[in-house]
Every structure is written in C-alpha cells, then in structure tokens.
Design a protein around this ligand. Structure first.
Ligand code: MD3
Ligand code: FE
Length: 205
C-alpha cells in the first residue's frame, strides 16, 4: 500500500468525500469566490506571479506579495474580511484534526492547466502542533512530499478529487509541492482544473 511508504505524520484518506460532498463543497467555494475573488499572488522581492490563483476564507488568509508571505484578515484587493469557513469544512477539521481549536485560515488554491506549486514548506504559522488538513477537488495532481530538509528523497502521490490529506507531527514542516496536473481526469468542475483547500491553525490555541 502507498500508505506504508508515506512519511511519518502524514495521514492519507483517499476518496474520503463522496461525489455529493464534493459537489456541495464546490458550490460553497463558488459563493466564497464571488465575495472574495481569486487573485494571483506574486513572489516576494521578484514579483514573479504564481501559476496558482488563490483566495481564502476564515478569520485569516494567507497572501504573498512583494513584501513577503503572511496571514492577514483582509482580502488584498477588496479590503474586505474573508468570508467565513463553511460548516462542512469546520466539521471535517473537528472530526480529523485532533486539535482542540478551530482552523483560522482556509487557503483556496485554484490550478488551471499547467499550474504547479514548487517545493516549499508551510512555516508562516505560529502554531505547528496543529496539522494542515488538505482537500483535493477536480482534476488529479501529482503531489510530492519530502523531509524537513530541502535536499533528500521525495515521494510522489497522485491526489484525486475527494482525497483528504493530513500533515501533522513529523510531517508538519516537510517540504512538499504539486508537480503537475492531469487535465481531464475529473468532471467535478465545469471547466476542468483543480481546487485544493488547506485548513490551517495560525495562532496558538
Ligand atoms: C505537507 N498546497 O497551499 S496540499 C499549500 O495541493 C500547498 O495545493 C498543495 O502546499 C496543493 O501550501 C498541497 C497538501 C499539503 C498541504 C500542506 C502541507 C501538504 C503539506 C504542510 C506540510 C506538509
Ligand atoms: Fe504547502
């Protein structure tokens, strides 16, 4: 089983969400994007645009611009607070995260054809005792996870629509990224592409 080869601290729940739960989430995300439009983040200093578009829901949202990476309470373009995290996602966290406080941020990543996310670690949070909970929707993607050092072996994992992945403990600060999409592998999204949701605790409980 692929599960056996996963790094310590990773919990992989393939197809945890059934087709109806996936459709319900897509409808909720569509509403969120009407209020908090997707934006194209840029790399700190260089200003190079990401190929992934993003938005957030929750009291805090993750942003990247020329000034750096950070969490903030307001959408960078509308200046409004992010919409709340929908109840089904809060329930998912309560059921799976094994952490006594709710997530503060849900980063919504939208991948079109050709979008990818380079190897990185998620370290802008102040609370690493909480896991990151990820939900994949739409087209399959090749995810890659390594260790806490950038060098060293990485393990590829094909993420599919409805998959839930929890990164806690030893894996919380592991390097990871998305190598590529497999276009046309899901009919969930009308125009194809992939959505990834990551629920995060930012501040200590
Ligand atoms: C492993 N997103 O938003 S989700 C990100 O599919 C991010 O959009 C990818 O990496 C995506 O930061 C991967 C799976 C994931 C999320 C967070 C992690 C894996 C992780 C944190 C630590 C280790
Ligand atoms: Fe990440």
């Amino acid at each position: 089983m692929v599960d056996k080869a996963l790094p310590a601290g990773v919990r992989y729940l393939p197809r945890f969400l059934d087709a109806q739960a996936q459709r319900d989430l897509v409808a909720l995300i569509r509403d969120i994007c009407r209020d908090a439009p997707l934006f194209t983040p840029v790399m700190p200093r260089t200003g190079k645009p990401f190929s992934v578009r993003m938005t957030n829901c929750g009291p805090l949202g993750w942003v990247s611009d020329r000034d750096g990476y950070r969490y903030q309470a307001l959408h960078p373009q509308t200046g409004r607070p992010w919409p709340p995290i929908p109840a089904p996602l809060l329930d998912l966290w309560s059921g799976l995260a094994d952490f006594p406080a709710p997530p503060e941020a849900c980063l919504i990543n939208w991948y079109g054809e050709g979008a990818r996310m380079g190897l990185h670690k998620d370290s802008d949070e102040a609370e690493f005792a909480a896991p990151v909970l990820s939900v994949s929707l739409g087209d399959d993607a090749r995810f890659r996870i390594g260790g806490v050092e950038r060098k060293g072996p990485t393990l590829p994992l094909r993420l599919m629509s409805g998959d839930v992945l929890l990164m806690g403990n030893e894996s919380r600060l592991a390097f990871h990224g998305i190598d590529r999409l497999y276009p046309g592998t899901s009919t969930l999204l009308d125009h194809g592409g992939r959505i990834n949701l990551t629920l995060r605790r930012v501040n200590p409980a």
